[in-house]
Design a binder for this molecule. Sequence first.
Ligand SMILES: [Zn+2]
Length: 261
Amino acid sequence: MYFSADAFILAYASIFGLIAGSFLNVCIYRIPKNLSIVRPRSACTRCGAKIRWYDNIPLLSWLLLRGKCRGCNAKISPQYPAVELFTAVMTVLFVHKFGLSLWTPCALLAVYCLIILSVIDMRLMIIPDRFSIGLIAVGLAICFANPAFEGAALARFLSSLGGACAGFFGMWAVALIGTFVFKKEAMGGGDVKLMGAIGALSGVMGVVNALIISSFAGIFYFGILVLLRKQLDNGTIPFGPFLSVGLLFNLYFPAMVFFAP
Ligand SMILES: [Zn+2]
């Protein structure tokens, strides 16, 4: 049988993505609790049984165990296989599109941070600073490999920095106006910092683009909630996952903007 080099690379990318997703799950669970992400080994949250290596294979183990702990039958959240599958799909998509270029690992680092912060925001309504501010730093550091920017090193850095400022201060202004109009905090500080990260990674136009995409994603989500007649928990939704969808688009389509001056 003959496999092309591309097929091999994508097969490796999918396995790497599944393993990366498994690690992202550990980060999602432990970082908000300020636990170490390297030790101890994972254990069942109910019975405390250490999870054996053969029960810790991404995606497969959850399916074989039918989503239950081997020891006590406690339900294992479908969030685990969902994060693993999504991470693998994103890894394959980025490796397939950008190949073995410097941008691929840079973009994937940002994508993995977005997955962690989105799930944490969905669960706890917070975006940890180390991801939002961390992504601003990442965006500035990798502007040289970023296909969203062009020109010499200084021009690229200034585009990234300008984007970060536009995203951060633009969103801050929106948050201030929202607080004034609604008489309560309409937009969290985490969203403001995440918008700065969107600018650092995709420039001023990327900020506008991400806002448009995340607004549509939000409206789409609301539409589904209305169709399913579901109520919102405590009347608010985390905005981080929607902004993350916008940034994912920008990272995957660096040259595509809906709104051009
Ligand atoms: Zn258990």
